[in-house]
Every structure is written in structure tokens, then in C-alpha cells.
Design a protein around this ligand. Structure first.
Ligand SMILES: C[S@@+](CC[C@H](N)C(=O)[O-])C[C@H]1O[C@@H](n2cnc3c(N)ncnc32)[C@H](O)[C@@H]1O
Length: 357
């Protein structure tokens, strides 16, 4: 089998880079599990220091430190007998600072949970069925919530909502607005809205037990449990809980087995002058067949997580992470929304849509 040499070599190089990336993720996850980065964030360490302060074996700690320096995550001062390793401040922010918009620690955490469900995904490919959230484990839910948390606590109240006039005006007006947040997960979007608009009440709906349990804890810790009510219920049942003035759905419509049913229920639960914000992946308008890093990232999540979990309940729309704007618009129109607009608000990975009855 003889291919074009340049093509062959470029592809072999690409897979080598992928292998390096795979080891980055595994070794970062190892460092997270053992609390190694927390100690490094306090200051430079030798392998003996790290081992004694983290309850790990020095020989393993040394191998990990050397690997981390070799891939460029840590810096190594080799000018001493005992090599000293340090974590640059910017790298510490990306790995450890859960408030930073650059935080990626939770994504590594969530990516790793895919390995728990890998065989279930293989089966789902054969049967056409789906995979339960439980197969991925609790860390998947935590990773998802903590990954989006900085965007919800910073970007949502400071850059997004104030730039959506009908929504912002209603959230600041009297009588206090009632907000429904469907697919609320671990509650950070509901909490962020309640904190940004101190008079509103938010009802979050999510059928996932672990998510709602964590969301209730998070709301209590953040001091908004009196205004953020979290319901362990499919959002298809939201109609009877209305009327609501504002509805939101963050990164969840593409995960739903029955998105039209949920959007229809939200539509019926909205006041006539109500508005709905949907935030979902910034996919291209259509499949181009061309290499594209962001789309490839979305397809990765889709194959291993969103599509199989969205197919667990049958019948399913089988949407997947790569939900094109036209697909969402189709769902919204069938659900009874007459106005659908992709908002001109920039973001690296998300697109914002405004829907009105
Ligand atoms: C990718 S998570 C997003 C969670 C949260 N919005 C966030 O951004 O972190 C998708 C969520 O949609 C929820 N979901 C799926 N189907 C649902 C339905 N029919 N009604 C309400 N929530 C649903 C899942 O349980 C899950 O928590």
C-alpha cells in the first residue's frame, strides 16, 4: 500500500502530535487526582518535596515531574543537584483557577470520563441505542458544570445579558421577573442569573439526579437558594410551572432526546412578551467536509458523549453536539416560536439565539 509521501508523512506526524496530546491529558488527569498541581502552585519543588507533601512515591513523582517539564507544562531548574520544578503562573491559572475564563482543568476531568463509557459507546454504535449519564460517572457532571461556570459567572451577566435589551430590561423591571432555566445541570447558570439580578427568581429544570443534587448545594453555598429553585424534572413538564418572563437553555438543547417537546413546553410557559435565550455550540452553518479544529472538537464530544447520551431515551431526535443553526431554528418553529434570531454576540465556542413567541 503506497500513498503520496507528503500526505503519508503529514498524517503520521499528525498522529504523533495526537499521541502527545493524549499523554498530556492522561498525565494532567493523574496530577489532578493526586493533588500534585496544588502543591506546585504554592512554589517550586524537588521530587522529594512533592512526594512527601502529596503522599506519593518519590520515584513516580520524579518521573511525572520530568515528563511534565519535557512537555512544557512545568519548568525545570537543572542547575542543582536536586532538580527544582516550577509551575508557571499562567499554567496554574489554566489548570487550577476555577474562576478564570482560561480554566481548562474541568475539561480535562470531563474528557477523562469518556474512558468510563467507551465500551458502552461501542455497543451503542452497533445497536443504535444510547448510553446513560451514569456510565460516564459523577465526574462527568462535575466537569461539565465547572467547565462552564466561569462563563456563566462572568460572561453571561457582564457581556451577554446586558447586550440582549428585551431580556435585560425585563430582568431589571418590576414586578420581579420569573426565569426558567432548562437543562440547568449543576445550576451555575441559574445561580449566575439570580446573583446578577437580585430581585428575580429562577426555576431550574433537569432530570439528572446528580446534577440537581449538586445544583442545590451550589445554590445554598452561593446564598441564593431562596430564589433559585431546582427541580429534578424533565423540562417537557415545564408548562404548568409558568408563566415565566424569561427562559434560558445553556448547552443542553442538542443533548435532549425530544428538543421540540421541551421547546414547545417552554413556549407555552412563556408570557406573550417573554423571551428565550439558547446558548449552544458555535457550529458552522453546514457540514463542509473540510478540516476544522473547532468542528472536530465538537464532533469528538458528540461521538463520545452528547449523541449517545441524547439517544439513551428513545425515540430520540439524535441531534448531537454539532447542532447547526438551521436545525435549531427548525425545532423552534415547530415548537411554536415565531421569531428566531442568531445574536451578533461574539464568543469562541458558543452562539447565542433569541427566541420569541
Ligand atoms: C451538557 S449538560 C449542560 C448543563 C448545564 N446547562 C451547563 O451548561 O453546564 C446538558 C444537560 O441537559 C439536561 N437534559 C437533557 N434532557 C433534558 C430534558 N428533557 N429536560 C431538562 N434537561 C435535560 C441533562 O440532564 C444535562 O444536565
Amino acid at each position: 500500500m503506497q500513498g503520496n509521501r507528503n500526505e503519508r508523512d503529514a498524517f503520521a506526524e499528525k498522529l504523533f502530535q495526537s499521541a502527545l496530546g493524549y499523554f498530556d491529558l492522561l498525565s494532567i488527569r493523574l496530577g489532578q487526582r493526586l493533588g500534585l498541581y496544588e502543591v506546585l502552585a504554592e512554589g517550586p519543588v524537588t521530587s522529594k518535596d512533592l512526594a512527601s507533601r502529596t503522599g506519593t512515591a518519590e520515584r513516580y513523582a520524579r518521573e511525572w515531574l520530568e515528563q511534565q517539564a519535557t512537555v512544557g507544562i512545568l519548568r525545570a531548574d537543572v542547575g542543582r543537584e536536586d532538580i527544582v520544578f516550577s509551575l508557571p503562573a499562567g499554567h496554574a491559572e489554566v489548570l487550577l483557577d476555577g474562576d478564570s475564563l482560561s480554566y481548562m482543568g474541568a475539561s480535562v476531568w470531563q474528557l477523562y470520563t469518556i474512558t468510563n463509557a467507551f465500551e458502552n459507546v461501542v455497543d451503542a454504535f452497533r445497536t443504535g441505542g444510547g448510553v446513560s449519564y451514569e456510565a460516564y460517572g459523577r465526574d462527568n457532571v462535575q466537569g461539565q458544570g465547572l467547565g462552564n461556570r466561569p462563563v456563566f459567572l462572568n460572561t453571561l451577566p457582564k457581556e451577554w445579558l446586558p447586550n440582549i435589551p428585551p431580556m435585560h430590561e425585563r430582568l431589571t423591571a418590576e414586578p420581579p421577573a420569573r426565569v426558567v432555566d432548562v437543562g440547568c445541570g449543576t445550576g451555575w447558570s441559574s445561580i449566575a442569573i439570580a446573583k446578577a439580578y437580585p430581585q428575580v427568581t429562577v426555576d431550574g429544570f433537569d432530570p439528572d439526579e446528580v446534577s440537581v443534587e449538586l445544583a442545590r448545594k451550589n445554590a445554598a453555598v452561593e446564598g441564593v437558594a431562596d430564589r433559585v429553585r431546582l427541580h429534578r424534572t424533565d423540562a417537557a413538564g415545564v408548562t404548568t410551572a409558568g408563566p415565566f418572563d424569561v427562559a434560558t437553555a445553556f448547552e443542553c438543547i442538542h443533548d435532549m432526546a425530544r428538543p421540540v417537546e421541551v421547546l414547545g413546553a417552554v413556549r407555552r410557559a412563556l408570557a406573550d412578551d417573554g423571551t428565550m435565550l439558547i446558548v449552544d455550540e458555535r457550529t458552522r452553518e453546514r457540514f463542509t467536509g473540510e478540516p476544522d479544529d473547532l468542528e472536530a472538537y465538537f464532533y469528538g464530544w458528540s461521538i463520545f458523549d452528547c449523541l449517545p447520551t441524547g439517544m439513551f431515551e428513545q425515540p430520540s431526535a439524535g441531534t448531537g453536539t454539532v447542532m447547526r443553526p438551521s436545525i435549531l431554528e427548525g425545532y423552534a418553529r415547530v415548537a411554536g416560536f415565531t421569531r428566531f434570531q442568531a445574536l451578533p454576540i461574539e464568543h469562541d465556542t458558543f452562539r447565542l439565539y433569541l427566541l420569541r413567541p
